[in-house]
Design a protein around this ligand. Structure first.
Ligand code: NAD
Length: 503
């Protein structure tokens, strides 16, 4: 059976993608296009415009004008709230269509739509959540410090033009995590989707316009990061860069933003640990949950996937057996088939990278328990990689330290709680962790000691109102919750003297 996306593409009516500049959809001025090659079938499923430098400039100029002269930043809270809620409803109405477009983009299977975190429903909830902050995030009045009679008040002003740059792996949620607080705060936006997940994002933007977001408030430039993203992050008209993606590009953005002192929010990668103590309520379930992150949906291509399992020696073999069982149950193929649970790697470059990490693991003396190679036969047309487990991994080795971004689990044994915490924190990252234990005190002790932005106890999830982000090199700032909304504002202090001596 060969995998083909062309029938699904025609059913969904996917046509060519364009840029959105100042309310008008159009091609790039250089007439360049990107051909999207589907990761499961290897077919060319669509094309979209590649923005040139002048298109990026036009998009930023439009956003600048909409911010400096337009109504959006000054719009009454009531109207902005209504638009954000209307948009959340539109997302829910179009959930099936969006999931189909995502499958055509990145091959994330429709079956994964039931996982809340990356669903269209979660994206809609993020818009509803941030609509709630629009009329609540404000300032305070403060008493004089050193005498004199004045009123001092602080205000939260929208930060200005935001460059929002998305990765390919969870377009619904990550679009929402940026656009909802940015728009809610009164900012205008130039959005750059990943070149590997553009069509679903373009449809999300069309729905924003339908919800009533005025022309110029959201602009879209599509194409590769090295040219389009680069032009955007270096544009002097941008006030803030909100980026989700790899640590390497995040680091580059910090450097590039220094000149203009642009504000920066970064959601980067991780090497998050699952820590399984011998007193875990169910070791088999802990193993299935951990390996499930690598064999369901994104096939390990998730920022907070727990690709490093630290397992207490007493239950080490039991854990490995459970993880192997989960790996054996992974199913691949056409993402529109409800029986397909996992996706291929996003492109041939990623296939090479993951194969390289497996080679390195073997070289470093880790024990390959299962997998370790590309799937062939009926899967040869795509970038499918077998679920892979390495045991007896040295925590200082490449496999335990670097983000593989594929279905590869590194299992590291430990003896004591202190050792587990030390190993868990011995990483440059710090995005998430899960602690599996029945001991409540240990659960809290370990959670507090872990240098990670989100810690789950016997399970892990993300919700729109909970701050999410990284310690260390997993990022800067948080998405979700009040802090995320405030990150799209600048604080301003206004002083009003009440007596003539102070004037
Ligand atoms: P990536 O860094 O390759 O690309 C992300 C985006 O940046 C894309 O739109 C890309 O075109 C753009 N880009 C690339 N080079 C650029 C440049 N020089 N200037 C400006 N933009 C540029 O990442 P990816 O492969 O799309 O996504 C995977 C990475 O994203 C992983 O590291 C993963 O952990 C991370 N991620 C983090 C989170 C989080 O919330 N922390 C969520 C999802 C993904």
């Amino acid at each position: 059976m060969t995998i083909s996306m062309l029938g699904h593409r025609d059913e969904l009516g996917l046509t060519e993608g364009q840029l959105l500049v100042d309310g008008a959809w159009r091609d790039g001025t250089e007439n360049e296009q990107w051909t999207h090659v589907h990761p499961a079938s290897g077919e060319e499923v669509g094309r979209f415009a590649v923005a040139g430098e002048s298109d990026v400039d036009a998009a930023v100029t439009a956003a600048r004008r909409a911010f400096d002269e337009g109504d959006w930043p000054k719009m009454r809270a009531r109207e902005r709230i209504a638009i954000l809620h209307r948009y959340a409803d539109l997302l829910r109405e179009h959930a099936d269509e969006l999931r189909g477009l995502q499958a055509l983009d990145n091959s994330v299977p429709l079956s994964f739509g039931g996982i809340y975190t990356t669903s269209v429903g979660a994206a809609a909830d993020v818009f509803d959540h941030h609509a709630g902050w629009v009329d609540k995030v404000g300032g305070e009045t403060l008493p004089p410090y050193q005498g004199g009679d004045h009123i001092a008040a602080t205000f939260r002003e929208p930060i200005g033009v935001v460059a929002a740059i998305l990765p390919w792996n969870a377009p619904f949620l990550l679009f929402a995590q940026k656009l909802a607080p940015a728009l809610g705060a009164g900012c205008t936006v130039v959005l750059k989707p990943s070149e590997y997940a553009t069509f679903s994002v373009l449809r999300m933007v069309e729905l924003l316009i339908e919800a009533g977001v005025p022309a110029g408030v959201v602009n879209v430039v599509t194409g590769p990061g090295a040219t389009v993203g680069e032009a955007l992050i270096n544009h002097p008209g941008v006030n803030k860069i909100s980026f989700t993606g790899s640590r390497a590009v995040g680091k580059h953005i910090v450097e590039a933003s220094a000149d203009g002192m642009k504000r920066v929010s970064l959601e980067l990668g991780g090497k998050s640990p699952a820590i399984v103590f011998a007193d875990a309520p169910n070791v088999g379930l802990a193993a299935m949950t951990t390996m499930g992150g690598l064999t369901l949906g994104l096939s390990g291509q998730g920022c907070v996937v727990q690709s490093r399992a630290l397992v207490q020696r007493e239950v080490y073999e039991e854990f490995l057996a459970g993880a192997q069982g989960m790996a054996a149950g992974a199913t691949y193929g056409d993402p529109f088939d409800p029986g397909v649970l996992a996706c291929p790697l996003i492109n041939s470059r990623q296939l090479e990278r993951v194969s390289g990490y497996v080679e390195q693991g073997n070289k470093d003396g880790a024990r390959l328990v299962t997998g370790g190679e590309r799937l062939d036969g009926e899967y040869a047309s795509g970038n499918f990689f077998a679920p892979t487990i390495f045991a007896e991994v040295d925590n200082t080795s490449v496999l335990a330290q670097e983000e593989v971004f594929g279905p590869v689990l590194a299992v590291v044994p430990f003896d004591t709680e202190e050792e587990a915490i030390r190993l868990a924190n011995d990483t440059k990252y710090g995005l998430g962790a899960t602690v599996f234990t029945s001991d409540v005190s240990r659960a809290f002790r370990a959670s507090r000691a872990l240098r990670a932005g989100t810690v789950g106890i016997n399970g892990f999830t993300l919700e729109p109102h909970l701050p999410f982000g990284g310690f260390n090199q997993s990022g800067l700032g948080r998405e979700g919750g009040r802090e995320a909304f405030e990150a799209y504002t600048e604080q301003k202090t206004v002083l009003l003297p009440l007596t003539e001596e102070l004037m």
